[in-house]
Design a protein around this ligand. Structure first.
Ligand SMILES: [Zn+2]
Ligand SMILES: [Zn+2]
Length: 226
């Protein structure tokens, strides 16, 4: 088969652990040369998933959690958002090459199998990007890995300021709204899925949205890149 990233032919080599594993075999979609250019995150900030030498809170997260101690995300990211991944996301998201959705399925599947949650909620895309691309890139990355629950929707972008109450105007406007049965979330362990973690703003909005709908749910987050 050909590597999804560089198009060069390659064959999959299996580790003994994979051969002995009872679960269905994960099919590799990228060649070993491309894989060598990936930077897996092994030691990270437990809150945002940033790669670092120790597994203590990074300075940004320390500052954030001092202000918002109850808003913990526990983001886990698989790879550093380096040149290879920047190029991948450019082709996948900006140029809309839907075939690339499978490139990291094995990596995501492996981690998600080892860290099961009750519900997996993808970050929604807005209507304009969806119309332009024809797919939600987050759904593309994860739909073959885990069953997805589509209960978050993106707010229409221009909500008239005048129609909002003063307090709501002062806050950063919530990016999402909850569209589903709140009862399905109660007491559940939910994993929010996104493609890239940059500032954490998207994830925090999505988490807050779920927590308002069901205060007793537990929400952690997962991204391919950080
Ligand atoms: Zn390759
Ligand atoms: Zn951090």
């Amino acid at each position: 088969m050909n590597c999804l990233l560089c198009q060069q032919p390659f064959s999959q080599s299996l580790t003994l652990a994979e051969l002995l594993h009872w679960q269905p075999l994960l099919t590799e979609k990228i060649c070993s040369r491309c894989r060598q250019r990936l930077m897996p995150i092994t030691t990270a900030c437990p809150e945002c998933g940033r790669t670092q030498k120790t597994s203590e809170l990074c300075r940004d997260c320390q500052r954030w959690l001092e202000k918002q101690p109850r808003q913990q995300l526990h983001n886990h990211a698989l790879f550093v958002y380096n040149e290879l991944l920047q190029d991948f996301f450019k082709r996948y998201k900006s140029l809309g090459d839907y075939r690339l959705r499978d490139a990291f399925t094995t990596d995501c599947q492996r981690w998600l199998r080892q860290h099961p949650a009750d519900l997996y909620v993808p970050i929604p895309t807005d209507a304009t990007s969806y119309a332009k691309r024809g797919f939600n890139p987050v759904v593309g990355l994860y739909e073959d890995c885990v069953p997805l629950t589509f209960c978050l929707k993106k707010q229409p972008q221009k909500v008239k300021q005048a129609h909002k109450k003063r307090r709501a105007r002062l806050r950063t406007p919530q990016l999402f709204y909850f569209a589903g049965e709140a009862a399905i979330l109660n007491y559940k362990k939910i994993l929010l899925l996104d493609d890239i973690y940059t500032t954490g703003r998207t994830m925090r909005h999505a988490q807050a949205c779920l927590k308002i709908a069901a205060p007793d749910c537990q929400v952690h987050t997962f991204t391919l890149a950080r």
